[in-house]
Design a protein around this ligand. Structure first.
Ligand code: 6GU
Length: 272
C-alpha cells in the first residue's frame, strides 16, 4: 500500500496545473454533462489520468474533472460519475468526493436523472432533493474506522443551499419541485410493486446514484445540495416500458434549466 492516498495524489496533480481553489464542487448526472461547457477558463482532467477515479461505463457519462469559474466563482465539476451497479461498490465515488474536499471545496452540488413518482411532474422537470431513502442496503462508509463514520444525516441537504436554489428558480421563473429521492441499486429499473412501495414510504423520485455521494460528502464535512431532473414516470405509472434512451432524451431539458439556475446558486453561495 502506498503512503500517499490516491485522493492526495490526484489533488496534487490538479494543484500542479491550476492555481484556482474551487469553492463549490459539482457532479453532473446522466445527460447533464453539457453544463460543463459553461465553465470559464476550464482546466480539464480525464478520470483516467487521476489515481483512484472510476471509469464510468455509462454511455451518457463523460468522465472528466473540470476546474474553472462559474459566475466568477472557482468551481470543480465532475462531468460523469460511476454508480454502485457498475462496480458493486457503494464507495466507488469516494476518491472524487475526497478530492473535492482536498482542493478546497466547501460544498458539493449533485445532479442526476431520476424517475418520477408523480405523473404531474413530467419529463424535464426539476426536483430539489430535500431528503432521501436508502433502499439498497449498502452504505459507502462500510469499512471506515473511527467515530466519524457515524455521520448525522438529519440535515444532509443543506437548508441554506436549498434556499439559494429556491431563490434562483423564482428569479428565473423555473418550476422547482421538492421531495424525497429513493436510492435503488439498478441497473434494472424498478417493478411497479417496488414503485408503489417507494411511494408509500414517502418517496417522490427514484434513481441509481447520488445517495452514496451525499453520505461520503457529509462524512468529509462538505455541505450538500442535490437536484434531480425527472426524465420519465417510474414503472407502473404509465403502461410504457422504461429505457435509458428515454432518460437521455429528457435529460437535456433539465440541463438547460440547470444552466440557468446553477450560476445564481454558486454566486449566492460565494457571496455569503
Ligand atoms: Cl424509473 N428508476 C431509476 N432507478 N433510475 C432512473 C429512473 C427510474 N428513471 C431515470 N433514472
Amino acid at each position: 500500500m502506498s503512503e500517499i492516498s490516491n485522493a492526495a495524489r490526484a489533488a496534487a496533480m490538479i494543484a500542479a496545473r491550476t492555481d484556482l481553489k474551487p469553492l463549490v464542487g459539482m457532479v453532473l448526472g446522466s445527460g447533464l454533462g453539457s453544463f460543463a461547457d459553461s465553465v470559464e477558463g476550464a482546466v480539464r482532467f480525464s478520470f483516467a489520468e487521476l489515481p483512484g477515479f472510476p471509469v464510468s461505463t455509462v454511455s451518457s457519462h463523460k468522465g472528466e474533472l473540470i476546474v474553472g469559474r462559474i459566475a466568477g466563482q472557482p468551481v470543480a465539476v465532475l462531468s460523469g460519475r460511476a454508480h454502485y451497479y457498475e462496480h458493486g461498490e457503494a464507495a466507488v465515488m469516494k476518491t472524487p468526493i475526497e478530492v473535492l474536499k482536498l482542493i478546497g471545496c466547501r460544498a458539493v452540488i449533485l445532479t442526476n436523472a431520476a424517475g418520477g413518482l408523480h405523473l404531474e411532474v413530467g419529463p424535464g422537470e426539476l426536483m430539489l432533493i430535500t431528503d432521501h431513502i436508502n433502499f439498497t442496503g449498502s452504505n459507502p462508509l462500510v469499512g471506515e474506522l473511527g467515530d466519524e463514520r457515524f455521520v448525522g444525516m438529519s440535515q444532509a441537504y443543506d437548508p441554506r443551499l436549498q434556499e439559494l436554489f429556491r431563490e434562483a428558480a423564482a428569479a428565473e421563473g423555473i418550476a422547482l419541485h421538492a421531495g424525497v429521492y429513493v436510492w435503488f441499486t439498478g441497473p434494472s429499473f424498478e417493478t411497479p410493486a417496488e414503485i408503489r412501495a417507494a411511494k408509500i414510504l414517502g418517496g417522490d423520485a427514484v434513481g441509481m446514484s447520488t445517495v452514496p455521494e451525499v453520505i461520503l460528502a457529509r462524512y468529509m464535512g462538505l455541505e450538500v445540495a442535490a437536484v434531480s431532473t425527472v426524465t420519465n414516470p417510474a414503472a407502473g405509472l404509465t403502461d410504457q416500458e422504461l429505457s435509458h434512451e428515454e432518460v437521455k432524451e429528457a435529460a437535456p431539458k433539465g440541463a438547460e434549466k440547470l444552466r440557468r439556475l446553477l450560476p445564481r446558486v454558486i454566486k449566492g453561495y460565494g457571496a455569503a
